[in-house]
Design a protein around this ligand. Structure first.
Ligand SMILES: Nc1nc2c(c(=O)[nH]1)N[C@H]1C(S)=C(S)[C@@H](COP(=O)(O)OP(=O)(O)OC[C@H]3O[C@@H](n4cnc5c(N)ncnc54)[C@H](O)[C@@H]3O)O[C@H]1N2
Ligand code: MOO
Length: 404
């Protein structure tokens, strides 16, 4: 059976960056930059005051108190256009441009005004409360690299750089097909022996959260012709995700339907738990990732394979999910030949070290366990028995993009 690493490598090799499109900067949060925007101006454009107060020449106030003559004002968006002469001061506001000749700002709390006579109560320091031109960025700067998923902070910066439009990768269109006679949609009447289809909803949410555009097909009954026609419709998207029907049972029809539709199987079955019957197939530009039906297997495989595939379409490397070291809270037995992704709870030791406590129940049908856990402990194939206190690798589910 293929290793997780090799399966991941084969999946990401099959995807490349989609074409770019322009979007309004107002709609760009969460999108991935296809081209790095250059700052179109320098910010601040001139030396500005950081405070409400008075612009002065520090040399005029060697000691406080000293009284200066008010000669004008410089609000944000306005300016005082003459040079400040010895003994003069200009009323200035936060964001107001520093008058020529001035070299310091005295905040208004440190002054006393009596008509045009302004008494400075604190001796100023050269450069105090002045934001120099270009403090934030200069025209031509490229602080946002292509390939970056734009945060709202990035969007604020791009807008400040005077970009009303940004070049981003088109969203990958991902079709999602749940298969199985037993499935009904949430809220529908649930007949005898039926269960609610949760995975289609979860995968659609993941696709959206990872920057794609999901299309959720109606659930397909275990009918070969019906599944084939849905696969054909799915092939019109960048990627079709099938859910269930991946294993070896008489009702597991997805692989046969793919073959009937002339898809080549890249691989089927990998050395992973949960997620053994993972399937990957291609025909021309169409790609199908067949996720195993057990809902926890679906979710773990989505994180390991769907997310990187989407990242590739968004011009990113598509690395395997990041792991961090953690200290085992309990002893664990030797692992078998499948790489294990053990649903676990993360915590902190008294010394602040990340700890991992595997959940005692690991059935891949149990969404309640997955939801209660916040980490996946990775047991490599044939990993020997480990003791409490040993260091292992974990996937920290907190703060993953897309709200996993
Ligand atoms: N003889 C063998 N049996 C099984 C093997 C095997 O190697 N040999 N592998 C097991 C493993 S591991 C997994 S994982 C499952 C995966 O099987 P399928 O991909 O064929 O999934 P189904 O049989 O269709 O469904 C499994 C399970 O999941 C439920 N399911 C399916 N779709 C959804 C959905 N959209 N939302 C919620 N739940 C869903 C389905 O009702 C079943 O209970 O096979 C093992 N068997
Ligand atoms: O791989 Mo199955 O995913 O063990 O339940």
């Amino acid at each position: 059976m293929l290793s997780v690493r090799d399966a991941h490598a084969r999946v990401i090799a099959a995807f490349e960056a989609l074409p770019s499109e322009m979007v309004s900067v107002a709609d760009a949060a969460g999108r991935v930059l296809a081209a790095s925007p250059q700052a179109r101006l320098t910010q601040p454009p001139a030396d500005l005051s950081a405070m409400d107060g008075y612009a002065v020449r520090a040399a005029d106030v060697p000691a406080a108190p000293t009284t200066l003559t008010l000669v004008g004002q410089a609000p944000a968006g306005g300016s005082y256009d003459r040079a400040l002469q010895p003994g003069e001061t200009v009323r200035i506001f936060t964001g107001g441009p520093l008058p020529m000749g001035a070299d310091s700002i005295v905040i208004q709390e440190d002054t006393k005004a009596d008509g045009p006579r302004i008494t400075i109560l604190e001796a100023p320091r050269v450069g105090r409360h002045i934001r120099k031109a270009g403090l934030d960025f200069s025209a031509g700067d490229t602080p946002l690299a292509a390939g970056r998923t734009l945060t709202t902070r990035d969007v604020a910066l791009a807008a400040a750089m005077n970009h009303p439009w940004l070049s981003v990768y088109r969203k990958p269109r991902v079709a999602i097909l749940s298969t199985g006679d037993e499935l009904v949609m949430p809220g529908e009447p649930v007949g005898r022996n039926q269960i609610v289809s949760s995975s289609g909803i979860a995968v659609a949410a993941l696709v959206r959260g990872w920057g794609g555009e999901p299309t959720v097909f109606d659930i397909a009954r275990d009918d070969a012709k019906l599944i084939e026609s849905r696969i054909e419709a799915g092939a019109q998207h960048e990627l079709l995700i099938t859910l269930g029907g991946a294993s070896v049972g008489d009702h597991d029809l997805v692989q046969a339907a793919l073959k009937a539709q002339r898809f080549d199987m890249d691989f089927w079955k990998i050395a992973m738990r949960p997620g053994k019957p993972l399937m990957f197939a291609a025909r021309d530009r169409a790609r199908v990732l067949g996720l195993p039906g057990n809902p926890v297997s679906t979710m773990v495989c989505a994180l390991l394979f769907l997310k990187p595939a989407m990242e590739r379409m968004l011009g990113q490397p598509g690395d395997l999910v990041r792991t961090v070291p953690a200290r085992l809270a309990v002893d664990v037995k030797q692992n078998d030949q499948r790489e294990d992704y053990v649903r676990s709870r993360l915590g902190r030791d008294a010394d602040g070290t990340l700890t991992v406590d595997p959940h005692p129940v690991q059935d891949s049908s149990m969404l309640s366990v997955l939801a209660a856990c916040d980490g996946l402990m990775i047991r490599p194939p044939h990993d020997p028995a480990r003791e409490a206190g040993d260091t292992v690798q974990v996937v920290d589910l907190h703060g993953l993009p897309g709200g996993y």
